[in-house]
Design a protein around this ligand. Structure first.
Ligand SMILES: Cc1cc2nc3c(=O)[nH]c(=O)nc-3n(C[C@H](O)[C@H](O)[C@H](O)COP(=O)(O)OP(=O)(O)OC[C@H]3O[C@@H](n4cnc5c(N)ncnc54)[C@H](O)[C@@H]3O)c2cc1C
Length: 464
């Protein structure tokens, strides 16, 4: 093991045959290439290995291992905690891994490890098909999937990992393997929720569902009515048909179309709907909630292509904002928790700050807690408290709001959190988020990455 003064310069000498680009601090585009989605994360890697294919990935993995360098893997670069980059070490940049191949007969899609969901959704929608992902189309397939994948289609089709059929990986040893139910089943189990702990995924194969158009969009009420709406929502949603997803949220109405001018910049609580079915069925399925709450400020639902709903938030949350978030899994929402939500919803510090409460039931509950690494199959919601703002000067305020909101509600939570929505919160928090699956994950880790080369993630430490 050697310490390098310039990993990029050494890599250019040692990695003959590397087909992509080896980018270092001396390159003109270094700052552009090292930037990640969350502008609070300002890291300076020693080398960004922009890989052109799996052989490049194996070379970059070997280079980091041989020189004892910290190694980060960057899929979409969206991770809130900045886990797609690192200081001084090597970043494997997968942004060239953009292949998307839909097989409409087999109803599968093969996806390069550096794709964003926008690229996948566009390709599958052309065949009237979709696989479940999240709620923003600029997010990377890599990180979102490996951590679980919670979004608009979860109740109907399960998590992203519940539709992951196989993955091709480069391991810490440099070996290339396929993980599926038949090949390396222990690895296949671990990557479905265990994050980037086990290797670099160069391609994913997902199952597709008949989802072309959806009926969806937001319904907003004044934030002052949050307690009333949330009290109805908490009873309604778990009993609603699986075709209907609706996450509860706090937002400030953006001052732009399609929102009516009279509610621009108004703080609201809302439900963002996604119904996989006809307008008639959606209207019927939403009615028990809408009939039981006050008249909304806006009921902005309509039929639209699935990718349109998936990208509806993209404009509000471009890359380059400051993000600080905390999260928790939730089983039930007692009255005391409703009151806390109402209090913090009314004190959002900035226009983009938000709270989302994503349903975790329906098809997500069809899978047992030990069937995949994602252990919180019995939770009912995953909540995230996100402080967001373009201005670095507001970091203190957004961080404080997120932490205070989380700490006030944590006693009413199920204990752990969705790893994809955590910051750097320590080992105990990671353990709590995997519960009974942690020890098995640690054993799989010790088999595939005994030296913990892949540790820029919500880390699972190899079993002794
Ligand atoms: C605006 C926004 C909206 C979001 N919405 C949702 C949502 O609706 N649902 C949801 O479930 N999550 C959501 N997330 C969270 C998201 O899932 C995580 O931030 C995730 O880590 C992003 O993946 P990425 O590939 O873009 O991240 P990166 O920063 O590139 O990577 C994150 C982690 O994943 C690992 N990783 C990424 N790709 C690979 C790969 N190919 N092989 C091995 N390891 C890899 C990295 O090593 C790193 O540890 C959202 C995040 C943001 C910022």
């Amino acid at each position: 093991m050697t310490t390098l003064t310039s990993p990029a310069r050494t890599a250019r000498q040692e990695l003959a045959g590397f087909q992509g680009r080896l980018i270092g601090p001396d390159d003109a585009d270094f700052d552009a290439r090292r930037a990640v989605y969350n502008a609070m994360i300002d890291r300076r890697p020693g080398l960004i290995a922009r890989c052109a294919g799996p052989d490049d990935v194996a070379m970059a993995v070997g280079f980091a291992r041989e020189h004892g360098l910290l190694l980060a893997v960057r899929g979409g670069g969206h991770n809130g905690a900045g886990l797609g980059t690192c200081d001084e070490g090597v970043v494997i940049d997968l942004s060239q891994f953009k292949d998307v191949e839909v097989d409409p007969q087999a109803r599968t899609v093969r996806v390069g490890g550096g794709c964003t969901w926008a690229e996948v959704d566009r390709a599958t929608n052309a065949h009237g098909l979709a696989t479940p992902s999240g709620i923003i189309s600029t997010t990377g397939v890599g990180g979102l999937t490996l951590g679980g994948g919670l979004g608009h289609l979860s109740r109907k089709c399960g998590l992203a990992i519940d539709n992951l059929l196989e993955a091709d990986l480069v391991l810490a040893s440099g070996e290339r393997v396929r993980a599926s139910a038949d090949e390396h089943p222990d690895l296949y189990w671990a990557i479905r929720g265990g994050g980037g702990n086990f290797g670099v995924v160069t391609s994913f194969l997902f199952r597709l569902h008949d989802v072309a158009d959806v009926f969806g969009g937001p319904t907003f009420w004044p934030v002052e009515q949050a307690a009333e709406v949330l009290s109805v929502y908490r009873e309604f949603l778990p009993g609603a048909p699986r075709e209907l997803n609706g996450f509860f949220a706090f937002h400030t109405v953006p001052p732009a179309p399609p929102f009516p001018e009279e509610i621009h910049l108004r703080q609201v609580c809302g439900i963002v709907w996604c119904h996989v079915g006809t307008e008639e069925a959606a209207t019927r399925d939403m009615a028990p909630l809408l009939d039981a709450v006050p008249e909304p400020l806006m009921h902005g639902v309509q039929t639209m292509p699935h990718p349109a709903l998936q990208s509806a938030f993209d404009g509000l949350y471009p890359a380059g904002h400051q993000w600080y978030w905390r999260a928790d899994f939730v089983n039930t929402i007692p009255d005391a928790a409703v009151d806390i939500h109402a209090r913090f919803g009314a004190t959002m510090p900035t226009m983009q700050s938000t709270m989302h409460m994503y349903p975790i039931d329906g098809a997500v509950h069809d899978v047992e807690a030990s069937d995949t690494a994602w252990s919180y199959r019995d939770a009912t919601w995953g909540s995230v408290f996100a402080g967001v703002d373009p201005a670095p000067a507001n970091v203190g305020a957004i961080r404080r709001w997120s932490v205070d909101y989380h700490e006030a509600l944590h006693p009413y939570s199920a204990g752990g959190a969705y790893v994809n929505m955590m910051m750097d919160e320590g080992q105990e928090r990671v353990r709590a988020s995997y519960r009974g699956n942690y020890d098995r994950l640690a054993r799989v880790k010790s088999e595939y990455d005994p030296g913990n080369l892949f540790r820029v993630n919500q880390n699972i430490q190899p079993a002794a």
